[in-house]
Design a binder for this molecule. Structure first.
Ligand code: FES
Ligand SMILES: [Fe+2]
Length: 373
């Protein structure tokens, strides 16, 4: 007996997923780096956003930074246009003044004895690794207690490059692009012909990781890559030693480590965070810390650094172009038509869907709208 298979406009993926990955929101219940520390000078404020939520981060001349909704409770203009006075932020328009808790503490023309209006929301802030991390989610959630651990950042054996860009695609494309090492073909003009071999895929609650090794099929190793993975020469390798790369999405962050054959410390240790800037989540801010183990000769890292920067910029440029092309295809198709056949990416997609949240495109509600009676 034959069954009737309905016609589809596109072939189904290996399994039907419960939700469209590209319409999945990033879970806000984590710490996200919403700005770089160096962008925010003492006595100034800085506008940023998380998934369309406008946020102003303030650094008083004395005292810790704080973050508020970036809207005046009076007429909704950005508070980031205002003036920082001590630990307070004065709105640029009529000088309603807010403290670090978001409470409105002064309205210069309020009649004596009248109650001060409602203020705005405040968010916890922590500064680390050259970033201002802001927590916009539910403080009772587990993510609030866990702060990302980037321990290599503090090690003097490594030099760090901070990555900072806005890319026109859903954050999930970023995770997939980095974890799917089968896309070396994309980088053929910069890297020659490289073949990636998947060694293992592992997953658990909230994480997926994949191990690879690489071989060169043709072409010469580019200088930037050679400097970046800075191999010890002259030492005999143990038998069977191979280069190994591990890429891990530990939701919502992603890391990549690369060990040259026989080494115990990674030559490259990368920490990335991608979060949506807009409500539709079709753009992401990518912040990364690329930590490269310094060569043994003191000072040599400064000589090779420009090559590493040029090489990695070239690679990121090619990746940016292709993930933005993926988003454009999704926008035109209106749903995810991908056929994913690679086990590491199948596991990653399932993780991003499971840990994500529904996209909320309803008008935002506020409890702090003031109604004068
Ligand atoms: S709009 Fe901010 S004080 Fe009036
Ligand atoms: Fe790439």
């Amino acid at each position: 007996m034959s069954s009737i298979i309905p016609l589809r406009r596109h072939a189904p993926g290996p399994r039907e997923e419960s939700r469209d990955l590209r319409k999945t929101g990033l879970d806000p219940d984590f710490w996200y780096p919403l700005a770089r520390s160096k962008q925010l000078k003492p006595g100034k404020s800085l506008a940023t956003t998380f998934a369309g939520e406008p946020i102003v981060v303030v650094r008083p001349k004395d005292g810790e930074p704080f973050a508020l909704e970036n809207r005046c409770a009076h007429r909704q203009v950005p508070l980031s246009l205002g003036v920082v006075r001590g630990e307070r932020l004065q709105c640029h328009y009529h000088c309603w003044t807010y403290d670090r808790s978001g409470a409105c503490v002064n309205v210069p023309y309020l009649d004596e004895g009248k109650e001060l209006p409602n203020g705005v929301r405040s968010y916890p802030v922590r500064e680390a690794y050259g970033f201002l991390f802001v927590y916009t989610g539910d403080q009772a959630a587990a993510g609030f207690k866990r702060f990302p651990d980037v321990s290599t950042f503090a090690k003097s054996e490594y030099k760090t490059r901070t990555l900072d860009r806005t890319i026109g695609c859903h954050y999930s494309f970023m995770h997939e692009n980095l974890m799917d090492m089968n896309h070396q073909f994309l980088h053929r003009s910069l890297m020659g012909s490289i073949r990636a071999t998947l060694l293992d895929v592992r997953s658990g609650d909230g994480w997926v990781e994949a191990d690879y090794t690489f071989s060169r099929a043709a072409g010469k190793q580019p200088l930037g890559e050679r400097f970046m993975i800075n191999r010890k020469s002259g030492t005999a390798l143990p038998e069977g030693a191979i280069d190994k790369m591990t890429i891990r999405t530990g939701y919502p962050y992603q890391t990549l480590q690369f060990w040259t054959a026989g080494s115990t410390e990674p030559a490259l240790d990368l920490w990335n965070c991608y979060y949506p800037t807009d409500r539709e989540q079709r753009k992401n801010r990518t912040y990364g810390l690329m930590m490269i183990r310094k060569p043994g000769i003191p000072g040599l890292v400064h000589v090779i650094w420009p090559f590493i920067v040029a090489f990695t910029n070239g690679i990121f440029g090619q990746d940016t172009e292709i993930v933005e092309a993926e988003q454009a295809a999704f926008d035109a198709q209106g749903e995810d038509w991908n056929q994913e056949i690679f086990p590491a990416i199948q596991a990653l997609r399932a993780l991003l869907i499971e840990k994500g949240v529904p996209l909320d495109l309803e008008p935002r509600s506020t409890s702090s709208v003031i109604r004068f009676s």
